[in-house]
Design a protein around this ligand. Structure first.
Ligand code: OXD
Ligand code: MN
Length: 580
């Protein structure tokens, strides 16, 4: 196969000239092709087959131990002018980056197959979707892209019809961390990734395209590309609402998107539209609508069990690729938090010994097609997307942030989003458990200057008077002994219900300096083992702590200098004044 799109064909030829592959394969996205890729990887040891009776069509990939997470320090945004990338990104001049990458890519595919992967982010026939082509020398990437995106012939046809696409060039290289770079050139709609096979660095449709390049494109075109899950909430009377929620990596987005209502919440239903990324557009009536650009999940495995996420536990029981989990005696995948059986082989492939740390890597992952999710919503395939009622921001905060509060208006909500902070997790390399500022959960993913990004968010208040309500939640408050105050998981539905009541203007709230908080009686605690005092403490606004938080935010925002939008500073000032 080749392409009638001359730009694409020429680019493939140029890349082949540079990288010198042994052969070129254009992916058609068929099931047969997927099977062939799997067989080939089983043959050369890139994949290991797991127990075919208990985990049919499931495979294990062990990555290089130095290559198990996103590498933010090696990820660059290469705009012609450094300030356009902003203090939130590493910057490199495009010429320098091209020079560096060309020399890394030169001859790097000798003896390997070059895969051309045309893909569509979003339903093939949606006007909100955007296409890309990833060139890679990794069969693992090609197979994962088949699960994660709408990949192959249909995407290529759309590219040939429209003529535009994001280019992504990837090679695993020699996996030497000193020769590893993830480069983004937003103005060239180009991504170059070298030296890593890890999902976030190598499956270029996901973080690189659907967030970094798309956020930039969205600013140009008037929409939003966000690190958000999308869910449908249906009440016992059949009323449906759609919620978009942004949380930093590994804060339970997948769990919330697949939430199973506890018995006490009989009649409520949650269906998943997306678990990680949302693209949001205003329709002609001013309603914000969202699509999930992905068609699969690349989720964190540890902690997944029937209590935390029954749907995910069942979903990864067949046709899944596991990366960096441990293995049991009978060749089943194993991870911390899986109560069944025990590991004999750790994620590196050696005999499991507790002294060497966890059996599964804390950032071990599953890749599955979204359709395997027992609570999958077919609206994920609706070209029109879903109308959003509420946007939720959240972080992992032991202290300070109450269980839930609501912004006074859109612009105040933008400030709340810009104030998101969280304790770090294993999804990226670096120290775990340190609080870092992660505005809109986009710190590692915004492809341009955050100040301009906040300005773009603020501009929506002038474009529509039907914008969703904005909220902040925190499932992670702890007492002095480190116990979680809120039960979390399925019980989070109780908070979503309050949020919907507020969106529908059906209940009141307590106005505080930071926004609207629930009256304790309005959070349904029926059937929960939760003292009233604990609930009250989850809903406290401690003015002194908040003054410190606002001061920390002020210091953070100052890093963006004069580019900070005046309306954001104004919102910040209003909260400070209200606290006084
Ligand atoms: C992810 C992440 O993999 O946010 O989704 O790190
Ligand atoms: Mn994510």
């Amino acid at each position: 196969m080749t392409s009638t799109n001359t730009v694409l064909q020429q680019w493939v030829n140029e890349v082949a000239d540079l990288t010198k592959p042994a052969s070129i394969h254009w992916c058609d996205g068929s099931d047969e092709e997927y099977d062939t890729l799997i067989q080939q990887m089983l043959g050369n040891g890139v994949l290991l087959k797991l127990n075919d009776e208990t985990y049919p069509n499931c495979y294990l990939h062990r990555s290089d131990p130095s290559d198990v997470a996103r590498v933010e320090h090696l990820t660059f945004v290469c705009t012609p002018e450094a300030p356009d990338a902003g203090p939130n990104n590493n910057w490199m001049a495009p010429d320098e980056a091209h020079g560096k990458m060309d020399s890394l890519f030169a001859g790097c595919m000798q003896g390997r197959t070059l895969y051309v992967i045309p893909y569509c982010m979003g339903p093939i026939d949606s006007p909100y979707s955007r296409c890309g082509v990833e060139i890679t020398d990794s069969a693992y990437v090609a197979a994962n892209m088949k699960l994660m995106t709408r990949m192959g012939s249909a995407a290529l046809s759309r590219i040939e019809r429209e003529g535009t696409f994001v280019r992504g060039l990837h090679s695993t290289g020699d996996l030497n961390p000193d020769r590893r770079f993830i480069m983004h050139y937003p103005e060239e709609m180009l991504i170059q990734s070298f030296g890593s096979g890890y999902g976030g660095n190598a499956l270029l449709g996901k973080k690189c395209h659907a967030l970094r390049i798309a956020s930039w494109q969205a600013q140009q075109e008037g929409w939003l590309a966000e690190h958000m899950l999308l869910l449908e909430l249906e009440s016992p009377t059949g009323e449906k609402h759609y919620i978009a929620a942004a949380f930093p990596s590994a804060c339970g987005k997948t769990n919330l998107a697949m939430l199973i209502p506890p018995e006490s919440q009989a009649g409520w239903k949650i269906r998943t539209i997306g678990d990680d990324i949302a693209w949001l557009h205003l329709d002609e009536s001013g309603q914000l609508r969202a699509i999930n650009p992905e068609s699969g999940y690349f989720g964190v495995v540890p902690g997944t069990n029937p209590k935390t996420n029954r749907n995910a536990f069942d979903m990864i029981r067949h046709d899944a690729i596991f990366t960096n989990v441990a293995v049991t005696e009978n060749n089943e995948p194993w991870w911390e938090g899986k109560d069944e059986q025990s590991p004999v082989t750790d994620w590196k492939g050696g005999p499991f010994d507790k002294a060497n740390g966890p059996a599964a890597h804390p950032n071990s992952r599953f890749t599955v097609a979204a359709r395997q999710n027992p609570c999958y919503s077919t609206l994920a395939d609706d070209p029109a997307g879903v109308p959003i009622s509420a946007i939720i921001f959240g972080g992992r905060r032991r202290e300070l942030a109450p269980l839930v509060y609501q912004a006074r208006n859109w612009n105040h909500g933008v400030l709340i989003g810009a104030g998101v902070a969280s304790e770090t997790t294993a999804a990226a390399t670096g120290a775990v458990g340190v609080t870092r500022r992660d505005p809109m959960a986009m710190k590692p993913f915004c492809g341009y200057n955050f100040a301009d990004y906040w300005g773009h968010w603020l501009s929506f208040s002038e474009k529509s008077d039907k914008l969703p309500e904005i909220f902040h939640v925190n499932w992670f408050r702890q007492d002095e002994d480190g116990h979680f105050l809120w039960p979390g998981f399925g019980e989070n539905l109780r908070v979503l219900r309050w949020i919907i009541e507020r969106c529908e203007h059906r209940i009141g709230a307590r106005e505080t300096a930071i926004g609207y908080l629930p009256h304790a009686a309005d959070i349904d605690t029926n059937g929960l083992d939760l003292d009233n005092e604990v609930l009250e403490s989850l809903l406290v606004v401690d003015k002194n702590s908040w003054r410190q938080e606002l001061a920390a935010m002020d210091e953070y925002l100052r890093e963006y200098g004069t580019r900070i939008p005046a309306q954001l500073t104004e919102q910040h000032r209003k909260v400070v004044e209200a606290l006084d």
